[in-house]
Design a protein around this ligand. Sequence first.
Ligand SMILES: [Zn+2]
Length: 93
Amino acid sequence: MEFKYETKTEAFVVPEGRCPECGKLLDRASICEGTPAPPEAGDLAVCFGCTAFLEYDADLRLRRLRDPAGLPPELLRTLVRARARIVVAKRQN
Ligand SMILES: [Zn+2]
């Protein structure tokens, strides 16, 4: 699947979906750390609305991350850092 990169938001424009936790409309995906890359099946995500840990399924729809405690520790730390950055960003807006 091809996604347009939007320079203004530094995010990829993805098909609209809703967070399974809070229902927020999600239509952009930005990378947590490293080089910008579009989302792929199995990638993890953090909801910008409620900071729930999510994952992309095979159809690139977001679903609740079933077993965060089962992730490799470094991956879990990356998600926690992303959650913290969202909390800070929301306070500043
Ligand atoms: Zn949410």
